[in-house]
Design a protein around this ligand. Structure first.
Ligand code: NAD
Length: 264
C-alpha cells in the first residue's frame, strides 16, 4: 500500500456481499487509505454489509433505495451530517425484473422498462446531482456498466438498453460537471458471478463464451475491477472523464469466435 487515497472520503453504493463488484473496488480503495461510507438497500442487506464495512474500518452505513428521491435526499443529508465533503462515489447498482432477463427484448413490459431505467440509469443522474453539492474541491464518480449496452447479448434485454442510457449519462454528466472539476466515468466489466448476475438467463454460458473468446482467455475478477475502480477514483486518472473503461479481458475488441475455442 502506498496510500494514494489517504485523506479521501467516498461513498460506495451497491455493496451486497463479498462477491459484489463494489467489494472489489472498496477493498482496493481502503488498502490505499480511503475512508469509506456504504449505502445499502433494506434491513436484510444491512446484516451483510455491516461486517464487510467493519473489515475495511468503516462503521458508516446509510440506508438508501435509489428509486425513491426522498430516500436519496435523506441519505445525502446523513452523509453531510458526518462529512463536510466528498471525494468520490462508486455507483454499483442495477436492477430489473428477472423474468424479463430471459427470452426476447420485444416482450419487455412498460412497467419493468421504467423501473429498470430508473434504478439502473437515472439513479446515476440523481446521485451525481446530490454528490456534487459535497464536491466543492472536485471529485470522481464511477459507475458500472456492461458490454450488453453496445452489442446484443442474449437475455440481457432491457438491462442492455438501460446500460446504454447509463453510458450516455456518463458522457452528459462529464460535460455538465467537468467545469467543477468533477469527473464521471464507467467501468464496463466482463461477466462475474454475483447476486445481480444470477438473475440473467444462461449466465454460465455467457461466462464460458467470454473465457474462451476474450484475448486474455479468462474471465475477470472483482480484483481486476477493483484496480480499475481505484484508478478512476484516484488522481491517477486526473485527466480522464466521460470514459467507459473496459475491464473484460479484452473481449470487446474481438470480432469473431476464437477458432480454437472448445464447444460450450
Ligand atoms: P450485486 O448484486 O452484488 O450488486 C447489485 C447492487 O444493486 C446490490 O447491492 C443491490 O442492493 C443494489 N440495488 C438494486 N436495486 C437497488 C435500489 N433500488 N437502490 C439501491 N441499491 C439497489 O451485483 P454486481 O454484479 O456487483 O452489480 C453491481 C453493478 O455492476 C451493477 O450495475 C451491474 O449491472 C454491474 N455489472 C455487473 C457485471 C457482472 O457480471 N456481475 C458486469 C458488468 C456490470
Amino acid at each position: 500500500m502506498s496510500g494514494i487515497m489517504k485523506g479521501k472520503r467516498g461513498l460506495i453504493m451497491g455493496l451486497a456481499n463479498n462477491k459484489s463488484l463494489a467489494w472489489g473496488i472498496s477493498k482496493k480503495l481502503a488498502d490505499e487509505g480511503a475512508e469509506l461510507a456504504f449505502s445499502y438497500m433494506g434491513e436484510a442487506l444491512e446484516k451483510r454489509v455491516r461486517p464487510l464495512a467493519g473489515e475495511l474500518g468503516s462503521d458508516f452505513l446509510i440506508e438508501c433505495d435509489v428509486a425513491d428521491m426522498e430516500n436519496l435526499d435523506r441519505a445525502f443529508e446523513t452523509l453531510k451530517e458526518r462529512w463536510d465533503s466528498l471525494d468520490f462515489v462508486v455507483h454499483a447498482i442495477g436492477f430489473s425484473d428477472k423474468s424479463e432477463l430471459r427470452g426476447g427484448y420485444v416482450d419487455t413490459s412498460l412497467d419493468n422498462f421504467l423501473m429498470t431505467m430508473n434504478i439502473s440509469a437515472y439513479s446515476l443522474v440523481a446521485v451525481a446531482k446530490r454528490a456534487k453539492e459535497m464536491m466543492s474541491e472536485g471529485g470522481s464518480i464511477v459507475t458500472l456498466t456492461y458490454y450488453g449496452a453496445e452489442k446484443v447479448i442474449p437475455h440481457y434485454n432491457v438491462m442492455g438498453v438501460a446500460k446504454a442510457a447509463l453510458e450516455t449519462s456518463v458522457q452528459y454528466l462529464a460535460a455538465d460537471l467537468g467545469p467543477e472539476g468533477i469527473r464521471v466515468n464507467a467501468i464496463s466489466a466482463g461477466p462475474i458471478k454475483t447476486l445481480a448476475a444470477s438473475g440473467i438467463g444462461d449466465f454460465r454460458y455467457i461466462m464460458k463464451w467470454n473465457e474462451y473468446n476474450a484475448p486474455l482467455r479468462r474471465n475477470v475478477t472483482i480484483e481486476d475491477v477493483g484496480g480499475a475502480g481505484l484508478y478512476l477514483c484516484s488522481e491517477l486518472s486526473g485527466g480522464v472523464t466521460g470514459e467507459v473503461l473496459h475491464v473484460d479481458a479484452g473481449y470487446h475488441v474481438v470480432g469473431m469466435k476464437n477458432p480454437d475455442a472448445p464447444d460450450i
